[in-house]
Every structure is written in C-alpha cells, then in structure tokens.
Design a protein around this ligand. Structure first.
Ligand code: GLY
Length: 252
C-alpha cells in the first residue's frame, strides 16, 4: 500500500518542455485543471500528498517521477538523462532527505525514474536514451544491497520503459503490443495494449484503484475484467508533452 506521494504543479513555462508528440501546444488552463484532478485522484486512493510549487526554470518538472526511485525504506536520487532536465532532482532531494535514507546516481551515470519499474521484489531497469549503462549498474548495486532482483531491459522506439510496460500487481502486467522485449516478461499475465491505445500502456495502480487515461476503452475493459476499480483521468495536455500517469508523481 502507498501512503504518500510527491507531485509538483506545472509551471507557466510547461509548453517549452521536451516533446516528440506532435499533438500541438498544451493549453495551460487545462494543464492546471488536469493536474488538479490527478492530485484529487491520488487523495481518493488514500495518499497524503506533498505538493511542490511550480519551477519555471524546468518546464518538465511536473514529471517528478524521473527525479527519484522511491520505496518505503529508501530513495535513490537520479541524474536525469536529458541535459535540459538535469537539476530537477535537487529540489526532490531536499524533500526526500528528511523522510528516507537516500542514495545517489553519480556521473557518468544517467537515469530517469520513468525507466524503472518495480514488480514486487523485482525491479526492471529500461536502457533508453535517458538511462545509460552506468546509471543502470549503479542502480542495480543499490537495489541488490536491499535484496531486490534487478533486470536490465532494452527500450526501443518509446521514450521511457514505463511508456510501454506497467505492473499492476497480482502478476498482471500491461504491455504495449509492439514492446521490443516482450519475451522478458513471460512469467506475467500480459494485458496487451492494442494499436491506437498505446498511450494507455502507462496506466497506474495505486492501492485499490488503477488510474487509466480517458479515451482508451479497450484497455479499460481489460483492466476492469481483471477485477480492478478504475479511475479515468483526462490526460490530453500531458500526452502532448510525452508525459503519462506514472510520470506525475512519486509514490511510496
Ligand atoms: N517531456 C518529458 C520528458 O521528455 O522527459
């Protein structure tokens, strides 16, 4: 069970962030509204939120997940892999320092939290354009010291590992239909995300609920059929900036 989450409000510079989506410029009023709805959903899932002020120096900084990997016992402060995001982790470190025992990814390592997925006592580390071998090796050493099994997985054609794969719990794994390393996940009950619903591969289990982006009926039904309660959230303005449901919070 998660009890806490950290989120950061989007800054007025949000539209200047990094994107490959070609979905147009985000509407900032809608961004704030969708972020507020996301925060309310986390509260409805039973989480106590720490809401950080916007940081206009970092347009992507509402995507806090990339700055740390957290569990209830410890945190790992990352080194974001795109130079434009390097430095976002400094504020998150200040917030987590009084709460958790912290470890740090050091240069030349780079690592984005969006590339790290926990599935019970296993962690998967996606090797992407953001997370390099050094970052992955450092993370593995830290996680191994806490007795987690850690697996590296190549990521192709998507931004982050969790853009394409997310663990729901109970051995259920959501998987993008074209995910390049499908064979690495044979042990799981795979819920395949169909063509035209790829964005919803980043659905997010939070306690008794699964948060699903609005507008993806096929994956919503598949998740519901497994017995999960769903909260649907409008995510259009985050999708425009390559952000998903998991990116918007650190949960622990
Ligand atoms: N816009 C989110 C990212 O590229 O990291």
């Amino acid at each position: 069970m998660f009890t806490r989450a950290i989120v950061r409000k989007p800054a007025h510079t949000y539209a200047n962030g990094i994107t490959t989506s070609n979905l147009g410029k985000p509407d900032f009023e809608l961004v704030k509204k969708q972020h507020q709805a996301y925060c309310e959903a986390l509260i409805n899932c039973g989480l106590e939120l720490t809401v950080l002020d916007p940081d206009p120096n970092f347009p992507d900084s509402c995507f806090v997940e990339d700055t740390a990997v957290v569990t209830k016992d410890f945190g790992i402060i990352t080194r974001p892999g795109d130079p434009r995001r390097l430095g976002e982790e400094i504020e998150i470190r200040k917030v987590l320092e009084p709460i958790l025992k912290l470890h740090y990814i050091e240069e030349p390592g780079t690592l984005d939290g969006g590339d790290i997925m926990q599935a019970d006592k296993k962690f998967y580390v996606g090797l992407s354009n953001r997370t390099n071998l050094s970052g992955s090796k450092q993370l593995k050493e830290i996680l191994a010291s806490y007795n987690y099994d850690v697996y590296s997985i190549p990521v192709c054609n998507i931004l982050h590992f969790k853009t394409g794969v997310n663990y729901l719990g109970e051995n259920n794994l959501i998987l993008h239909h074209e995910f390049c390393s499908k064979d690495d996940f044979k042990i799981y009950n795979q819920i395949i995300v169909d063509t035209n619903e790829e964005y919803a591969a980043n659905s997010l289990r939070v306690n008794d609920f699964v948060l699903v982006p609005k507008g993806f009926p096929k994956i919503k039904s598949k998740i519901q059929e497994l017995g999960y309660k769903i909260i649907e959230l409008e995510m259009s303005e985050f999708q425009k900036m390559d952000g998903g449901l998991s990116c918007l919070s650190l949960r622990f």
